[in-house]
Design a protein around this ligand. Sequence first.
Ligand SMILES: CCCCCCCCCCCCCC(=O)CSCCNC(=O)CCNC(=O)[C@H](O)C(C)(C)COP(=O)(O)OP(=O)(O)OC[C@H]1O[C@@H](n2cnc3c(N)ncnc32)[C@H](O)[C@@H]1OP(=O)(O)O
Ligand SMILES: CN(C)Cc1n[nH]c2ccc(-c3ccc(F)cc3OCCn3ccnc3)cc12
Length: 392
Amino acid sequence: TLSQRHKFWETQPVGQFKDLNDTSMPEGPIEPPTAISEVKQEPYNLPNLYEWVTCDMNSEDTCAEVYNLLSNNYVEDDENMFRFNYSKEFLRWALHPPGYYKTWHIGVCVKSSKKLVAFITGIPARIRVRSDVVSMAEVNFLCVHKKLRSKRLAPVMIKEVTRRVHLENIWQAAYTAGVVLPTPITSCQYWHRSLNPKKLIDVGFSRLGPRMTMSRTLKLYKLPDLPVTPGFRKMELRDVPAVTRLLRAYLMQFVVAPDLDELDVEHWVLPKEGVVDSYVVESPENHTITDFCSFYTLPSSILGHPTHSILKAAYSYYNVSTKTPLVQLMNDALIVAKQKGFDVFNALDVMHNESFLKELKYGPGDGKLHYYLYNYRIKNILRPSELGLVLL
Ligand SMILES: CCCCCCCCCCCCCC(=O)CSCCNC(=O)CCNC(=O)[C@H](O)C(C)(C)COP(=O)(O)OP(=O)(O)OC[C@H]1O[C@@H](n2cnc3c(N)ncnc32)[C@H](O)[C@@H]1OP(=O)(O)O
Ligand SMILES: CN(C)Cc1n[nH]c2ccc(-c3ccc(F)cc3OCCn3ccnc3)cc12
């Protein structure tokens, strides 16, 4: 709750709970930039047994070590039944956008065994806040091995990635978390749409509804085999200029959104097998691209189940509809995701997602995803529908 002490976060340039009602504070950076020469030149001290390592995700061995650390120690749901299982291809995609810095892929390993025991990453992004486009770091994949928890290692990891970002003359960051920290700019609800209800019930992800039989449940979530929108097809490289125009225009309506150019769209939205899928609607009469939808692949390990080990989940990414009704476009996304073998399709209530969630039979998830900015104050907390940013 708000009265808890945040010994580390109280020292950081973030909105503080005690300032919540103080509307006199201006929106924008909390602390000014400093000269690079003023930034701490050497890494922060780690406890004796450990050392910093920069993780080259293009190295198969290093990528495998990061994958294994996350696969065994990253985010679990509140009931510890599932744990995110980001794939190696996904991690390389997430960490190698245009202009990335290898030095922002930070590991901690045991000096003697060289075993990786902690990780944190940043990637560069241009994020617009209202009319202000700010160079930021998107911080993600903060992970400390289960055996090293509650030793105040996380604050050291955060200070070190902050230091390395400062060295590149970047002074703001964006991040999300399932935990409440000082201070969310918005808190989003996540929703799940069953695609394979039998498996979801078998593994305890969903429960049979009251007065529902299994056959009635299968019928409720049944989807056609093919998309219904004429001209709905996989996105291709030649679509990048049109999709960039659509996406840039669409994202302008949100208070916080990425400022994506064609290179960013090519990296983040063009289909990559097993990582990200995207579809466009090419109007049959004049061959213009009128809509597009995208979702990324993030399975979760199912912890301790006798017969199922992986939950195949698709996550709604960026979707723009200018001609096809959004609800129809998102139903086509469900149809192709089901065809590709996903068990569940997840979405946050950001952007215009609220307009289709209930109609397409999404059910509410059991927690929230909180969004944060570092060293940038927002006057009032935003509604999820004012947010145009999806972090992986
Ligand atoms: C200008 C550039 C700026 C760049 C930096 C921007 C900021 C980036 C910020 C990072 C964004 C990451 C985004 C991201 O990756 C997406 S959120 C996913 C985070 N990872 C997980 O949940 C994986 C499983 N959990 C763990 O590995 C550990 O529990 C972690 C490592 C989470 C905490 O390790 P621990 O052994 O359990 O805890 P101590 O070391 O003893 O430290 C306790 C302190 O850490 C604070 N804490 C706990 N969870 C946090 C979280 N998710 N963000 C920020 N702070 C978090 C906590 O409030 C307390 O501080 P306080 O006493 O003040 O309350
Ligand atoms: C965003 N990115 C930073 C990863 C991340 N960190 N912390 C989180 C907390 C919730 C969600 C989330 C986001 C959207 C969604 F539909 C379901 C979610 O979590 C369900 C609970 N869960 C956790 C693990 N397996 C299942 C993501 C994250």
